[in-house]
Design a protein around this ligand. Structure first.
Ligand code: ATP
Ligand code: MG
Ligand code: MG
Length: 381
């Protein structure tokens, strides 16, 4: 059987490996962490960095096609691999999504709605920023995730202080919008440009990290289908092959594109349990040139992220580490638990998730929030 390659060994890679196995493929994973979640279940785990060329050579020789789950794989690595083996999505598409300036310029050029922004390479850019841009968010252009590398700034002086705090790293300064809600669309696009979109998801965050996702999003159906149209326009513009996620803000009932992720997405976990084909299976299919699967959702769903915080409890001698008692979750109807096999919990680390499915979205949401409370996540959104 053919070997597929996966750059990155996190939970998104782990679900890819499982999906690939079900379709009869073997998977080689490259990740520097010897206990990476995907590496643990892969057929071969190359424990090496993303710029370790002997390891890349080995991967390219062993595999017929390679994809990625880690957003920050160097574009040079993807370009290098592409000389020897199919790489999907392409280095060009991935690099647009890796840099907020390239991403926003791409979106603007393709006529997509985005928040006002400026690129910031020095303090002078902040001094000359239009006053109307504030209040704003300063975001590092590269390597930010889960809200890291971001600061809300009310005015110019705060922006300059934040920029110094980020040690002068290239940033974008974008207008802070009054968000009605946040939604995302995950889709798959094949080599002939055919696309299948999953239903739009409504996302709420805690401390900058995705907390709860609801499907279908509680937004008018016109808005949901418009989000899918915009996501498809982006995928076309990128010439994208594979699974792509697009995050949107809803502001005054209108869509604004926030950012893209060139891979399956945390908000698309529900597809494992509520759709005919998961976002991971679509990634396998697109990578292998197979017809894309039916993305239809057979249920509504609510997904809850399980962060490492939950593993810590306050004892008399301060916080201590203890794995929660999962058995309580299984009393909730339609609940599916997925733990990622991570070797060590940390605050903010994504350790697992669960999805509750139901015919009725409101029921799915209420049961998910009750299950969440039962294991001690209290500040329900
Ligand atoms: P991810 O983990 O999704 O990759 P990230 O670190 O790339 O996150 P963003 O998606 O840019 O960060 O922002 C994180 C969150 O901060 C958003 O989901 C939203 O709640 C809030 N946010 C970001 N930009 C804005 C904005 N311009 N106006 C208001 N809120 C914003
Ligand atoms: Mg991001
Ligand atoms: Mg985001």
């Amino acid at each position: 059987p053919a070997n597929l390659g996966m750059l990155g060994g996190g939970q998104l890679g782990r679900f890819f490996v499982a999906a690939a196995h079900e379709l009869g493929y073997k998977v080689w994973v490259l990740d520097p962490d010897p206990r990476s979640p995907a590496g643990l279940i892969a057929d071969r785990h190359l424990v090496a960095g993303y710029d370790d060329y002997p390891a890349l050579d080995e991967l390219a020789q062993a595999c017929t096609a390679i994809s990625t789950e880690f957003e920050n794989v160097p574009a040079a690595t993807l370009d290098y691999l592409a000389k020897f083996v199919l790489v999907r999505p392409s280095a060009a598409a991935v690099s647009v999504c890796q840099n907020r300036i390239a991403e926003k310029n791409f979106l603007r050029q393709h006529g997509l709605p985005i928040a006002d922004f400026i690129a910031v390479t020095g303090e002078a850019d902040l001094r000359s920023a239009a006053p109307g841009l504030f209040p704003a968010i300063l975001k590092v252009a590269r390597f930010g995730y889960d809200g890291k590398g971001q600061a809300v700034v009310d005015g110019r002086e705060q922006a300059i202080a934040a920029f110094q705090h980020f040690q002068g790293e290239t940033c974008v300064l974008e207008q802070k919008l009054a968000l009605g809600s946040e939604i995302s669309v995950v889709l798959a696009r094949d080599e002939d440009g055919r696309m299948k979109s999953f239903p739009a998801v409504e996302n709420s965050h805690r401390k900058g990290i995705l907390d709860v996702s609801l499907v279908p999003a509680r937004a008018p159906s016109g808005l949901r289908s418009r989000a899918a149209e915009l996501a498809e326009k982006i995928a076309d513009g990128l010439g994208y092959i594979g699974t792509l996620a697009v995050e949107f803000f809803v502001v005054d009932g209108e869509l604004v594109v926030n950012e893209m992720a060139p891979r399956p997405h945390n908000s698309g976990h529900f597809t494992l349990d509520a759709c005919l084909t998961s976002q991971y299976e679509q990634q396998v299919r697109a990578l292998c040139g197979l017809p894309l699967g039916d993305p239809r959702a057979h249920s509504a769903a609510a997904m809850v992220n399980l962060l490492g915080d939950l593993w810590y409890e306050n004892g008399p001698a301060g916080p201590r580490y203890r794995e929660p008692d999962w058995s309580q979750l299984h009393a909730f109807a339609g609940l599916k638990l997925h733990l990622y096999g991570k070797h060590h919990a940390r605050h903010g680390r994504k350790m697992g998730h669960f999805t509750v499915v139901d015919d009725d979205p409101q029921q799915a949401r209420e049961r998910a929030l009750a299950a969440r409370a039962a294991i001690g996540i209290v500040d329900a959104s």
